[in-house]
Structure formats: C-alpha cells, structure tokens
Design a binder for this molecule. Structure first.
Ligand code: FMN
Length: 193
C-alpha cells in the first residue's frame, strides 16, 4: 500500500484548515493510501533549529539525529501533502520549522563542491491544501510567496510527477457555501490524487 504523509499545521480544530485536513486524510485512506497523519501541533513539534543543529547542519553523519522519526516518515512516503493556512504570506512558524529542521542536507538534497542535487527520490506526488485571507489579486500583487515556495522550491526539491495547489482565497468574505465547495474540491482532488 503506498504511503501518503500528510503534514498539518493549524492549532484550531474548528478551523476550515482542520476540516480540510480531515477530508484529505479520510479521502486518501478510502482510496487505499496508507496515511501517515502528521499533525504538527498535536505532536508538539518543536520548530526551533537549535544551536547544535545549526552547527551540525552539514554533517550528514549526525544531522538527522534530533528529528530522525520525522526524516524516516518523509523517506517512507510516496505522496507528500501539506495542509496549512497562509500566515504573513508564508507557512505558519511550526511548518516553517519543519522545513528548517527535517529537510536537511542528505535528506532532501546533497551538497557537493557547492552544488545542490535533489536526493529525496521517493516522493512521486505533492499537494498543498491552504487558505488565504487575501483575494487572489492581493495575493498575486504580494508575489504569492507560499505558492512559489510550493510550486518552485518544493517542486525543485522533490521533482514529483504530480503537483496540486488547492487554495481557498478571500477567507474574510466567503460564505458557508464557499467553504463547503472548497471541502468538496479537496475531496475530489484527493480522490483523483
Ligand atoms: C497570524 C496570521 C497571519 C495572517 N497573514 C495572512 C497573510 O499574510 N495573507 C493572507 O492572505 N492571509 C493571512 N491571514 C489570514 C489567514 O490566511 C486566514 O485566517 C486563514 O486562511 C483562515 O483559515 P482557517 O479558518 O483555517 O484559520 C493571516 C491570519 C493569521 C492568524
């Protein structure tokens, strides 16, 4: 059974992101994925890269030590799904810290003679499920950093065959029907994933 790692970053169970996360996990499981549901808040993930971790960052013999279980989970996955709200046009701090601490040299990329080579070759599919307070235009005018982080930086790291960016914009003005439509979209995207 192929494994899907779902990394979820929202502290509030009654949020739209939490609802989208539940829909994604349930739908993937129903479609036959072995879902590894990584709820960063519930797991108490510490997002702070420590002094020692920074000193050892490039030492691939020991750099994974403090986050070995998270590295193992990443290496076991064929699909990687992020579920997060856009905060300050980026990832919430707990998710940013996941990238800082887990996506290490020797895990997602090799660094030799100053040249980066992607090395996390097990991920075939990636998806982001996210929401913005901004309208699409306002996000575009701001450069939409989370979309670029996902579609350019993460794509470059994982080189997946399939990539989906599933976003709900304008959260400050949408209706319950819009929320329901977004959750239906999450369901159909995960069914087809
Ligand atoms: C700390 C914080 C920072 C935010 N920064 C942005 C932002 O930079 N751009 C944006 O479009 N929305 C921003 N928002 C709005 C969130 O994206 C919005 O609250 C969220 O998508 C709503 O989904 P939820 O109900 O799942 O929390 C911010 C919200 C919070 C709490």
């Amino acid at each position: 059974m192929p494994r899907a790692l779902v990394v979820f970053a929202h502290p509030v169970p009654e949020s739209l992101n939490a609802a989208a996360h539940r829909v994604a996990v349930e739908t993937l499981a129903a479609k036959g994925w072995d879902v590894d549901d990584c709820d960063l808040y519930a797991e108490g993930f510490d997002p702070v890269l420590s002094t020692e971790e920074r000193r050892n960052y490039h030492d691939t013999a020991i750099n994974t030590g403090p986050v070995q279980t998270y590295v193992d989970r990443l290496r076991a996955a064929e699909a990687f799904i992020l579920c997060f709200p856009v905060w300050n046009f980026g990832y919430p701090a707990i998710l940013k810290g996941y990238f800082d601490r887990v996506m290490l040299p020797g895990v997602t990329f090799d660094l030799a003679d100053g040249k980066l080579t992607p090395c996390l070759n097990n991920i075939r599919k990636i998806a982001a499920i996210t929401s913005y307070g901004s309208t699409p235009l306002r996000a575009f005018l701001a450069g939409d950093p989370p979309k670029k982080l996902f579609k350019r930086s993460l794509w470059g790291t994982m080189r997946p065959e399939k990539m989906r960016y599933i976003a709900q914009y304008d959260m400050n003005n949408i209706t319950q029907a819009d929320c329901d439509a977004f959750l239906a979209r999450v369901r159909s995207e995960m069914e087809a994933f």
